[in-house]
Design a protein around this ligand. Structure first.
Ligand SMILES: [Zn+2]
Ligand SMILES: [Zn+2]
Length: 149
């Protein structure tokens, strides 16, 4: 919160509550999930405040966008969890698999080095069908149409 203060942002009770909730989350969440969780705890918080506060927490390095599901759903996770993992998202059941790969890291390093690019952040999202869903559809011989967006 020092960060926000230094930037001349008001640190309101609402924002502190949001920060607390964000830091307590142990997996991916949407802005909407935060709202629901906080309301359940009887906290007074507006959707607008959540949407305004999340970008500040990202700027402060406390939060990051993990992946998108659908057109409008953006999932976040706090930066206390395992660092630099990537996501595979099943478009059928919505399962999210987190993975890390040393090979991938090396490949990315090689690429950024090649272009002398100073990488600051990145996001790798792989969409498709998880093992359960893809085997299910193989038996059926009928995969669902990819849902756009
Ligand atoms: Zn699945
Ligand atoms: Zn994650």
């Amino acid at each position: 919160m020092e960060y926000l203060r230094r930037r001349g942002k008001k640190v309101t009770d609402e924002r502190l509550d949001i920060l607390r909730e964000v830091l307590m989350a142990d997996s991916h969440f949407e802005a909407e999930d935060l709202l629901i969780r906080m309301r359940q705890q009887g906290k007074r918080v507006s959707k607008a405040t959540i949407y305004r506060t999340l970008p500040l927490l990202i700027e402060a390095g406390l939060l990051r966008q993990s992946f998108r599901a659908g057109e409008k759903q953006t999932y976040y996770e706090n930066t206390l969890g395992p660092k630099s993992h990537e996501h595979m998202i099943c478009r059928n059941c919505g399962k999210v698999i987190e993975f890390t790969s040393a090979d991938l890291e090396h490949a990315l390093e090689a690429v950024t080095e090649k272009y002398q690019f100073l990488a600051e952040r990145r996001r790798i999202e792989i969409y498709g069908l998880c093992a359960d869903c893809s085997s299910f559809y193989e038996e059926d011989q009928e995969a669902p149409e990819p849902t756009e967006g």
